[in-house]
Design a protein around this ligand. Structure first.
Ligand code: 5GP
Ligand code: MN
Length: 324
């Protein structure tokens, strides 16, 4: 898709507003939380009354970001002039908080960078060429003439660092690094953000890898792993991050596509997909009701695990056979 950027409409929506709600996607990553907290901090500096919310709250490794402790885990009351959804490519992805906020807000601004964005909401700030949703937030703040403070810069840099895996993805340009320079000049630490939000993982993630790596297979240039509920529960790892397991698989040079199948407590299956440049797993994820980018995408589909694997593997084989 091409960019759909309604800056004037977004500014007009803010002009008449006082109470704002910012939501993001479930299972939030560095870009989800970085966009939400960076935008929230800047809008608070502009004297708006801002509520932030995401189902389950902020993951521990992102709690160093500004006002992370103020993020609601669920919404029980409130009405807002404008809800801003960040980094969520469809409405369902913003979970229970998103649904609650949508029903109690006058207007919805959809700020995102996924090419699979469904253009929900009233005003669109959707920029598929942006490496992260925090890049879209940065662009909006520049257009508003808002000076970037150190807390805002730190949150925005977090999304840039995590969604590009430390500036290693093929969409990184000289312009991306130009934004990084501005954020560092505003006081954000690239070292600190990279160490905390991208590199560090709890030991429990490695315990999970120890259990799961025997399931790894490489067949027809597709590398896969399976994470069952039994893997997660027996070692008490229910809420543990998988420590970027799919990125580990994707680093294998013989593989073109990497996939992790993860069983949820409801016996559905979360699928994480990665591929080398020149291939497209975003379209596969979109076809499964999910979304993402060409090189990194995901979806949650019906189980059981064996049925999900049998359904997805032929689609991935087709993606390997048809470079883009
Ligand atoms: P990850 O594999 O890191 O969870 O996700 C990779 C990319 O796919 C991210 O851009 C993420 O937003 C997107 N993604 C992952 N799971 C889903 C899903 O269930 N639905 C949608 N729409 N996007 C997903
Ligand atoms: Mn993102």
């Amino acid at each position: 898709m091409t960019a759909r950027l309604q800056w004037a409409e977004a500014n007009a929506a803010l002009e008449g507003a006082r109470k704002l709600l910012i939501v993001t996607h479930v299972s939030p990553d560095g870009d989800a939380i970085g966009s939400m907290l960076g935008l929230a901090a800047a809008l608070r500096e502009r004297d708006y009354k801002v509520t932030t919310a995401v189902d389950g709250g902020v993951p521990e490794f992102l709690q160093f970001l500004p006002a992370a402790a103020r993020v609601e885990h669920r919404l029980k009351r409130g009405h807002w002039d404008v809800m801003i959804s960040v980094d969520a490519s469809d409405e369902e992805r913003s979970g229970i908080c998103g649904a609650f906020g949508r029903a109690r807000s006058q207007k919805v601004i959809n700020l995102d960078h996924h090419p699979t964005n469904t253009l929900f909401g009233d005003v669109h700030l959707v920029m598929p060429e942006a490496v992260s949703s925090t890049e879209v937030v940065y662009e909006w703040l520049v257009r508003l003439g808002h000076p970037i403070s150190q807390p805002v810069a730190t949150a925005l840099l977090t999304g840039l660092v995590t969604d590009t895996m430390g500036f290693r993805t093929s969409n990184v340009t000289a312009g991306t690094l130009g934004i990084v320079q501005k954020l560092m000049e505003a006081g954000a630490s690239l070292t600190d953000v990279t160490a905390r939000a991208l590199v560090a993982k709890p030991y429990t993630s490695l315990e999970l890898w120890k259990r799961v790596l025997p399931s790894v297979k490489l067949e027809q240039r597709i590398i896969s792993a399976v994470v069952t509920q039994a893997d997660l529960t027996t070692v008490g790892l229910i809420d543990v991050t998988d420590g970027g397991l799919v990125s580990l698989l994707a680093s294998v040079q013989e593989a073109v596509v990497a996939v992790v199948f993860k069983e949820t407590p409801e016996k559905r299956v979360e699928i994480s997909l990665r591929c080398k440049p020149g291939y497209d797993v975003g379209t596969v994820a979109f076809g499964l009701g999910g979304g993402g980018h060409k090189q990194a995408a995901g979806a949650t589909i019906d189980g059981p695990l064996e049925a999900a694997i049998a359904r997805v593997m032929p689609l991935l084989q087709a993606a390997v056979a048809a470079p883009v």
